[in-house]
Design a protein. Structure first.
Length: 67
């Protein structure tokens, strides 16, 4: 995920993912490996938000970045 979100610091990404987990949009699974590994997955609620957020992203790209 960090690769796709270029420019975001690990601290900000971690805090954002924690908030998404607290709001029930993602689940977090920690694996006891070296190096440590964490996986996130969308919950049903998170998946249900994907379509409206995609429409919002499209609107922003069409209307805000064009200026």
């Amino acid at each position: 995920m960090r690769r796709r979100l270029q420019g975001i610091s690990p601290k900000v990404l971690s805090a954002t993912m924690k908030r998404l987990e607290e709001h029930g949009l993602v689940t977090r699974t920690v694996y006891a490996e070296v190096p440590p590994r964490v996986e996130y997955a969308l919950t049903d609620l998170g998946r249900s938000a994907a379509a409206p957020l995609a429409h919002l992203r499209d609107w922003v790209e069409e209307n805000v970045t064009a200026r």
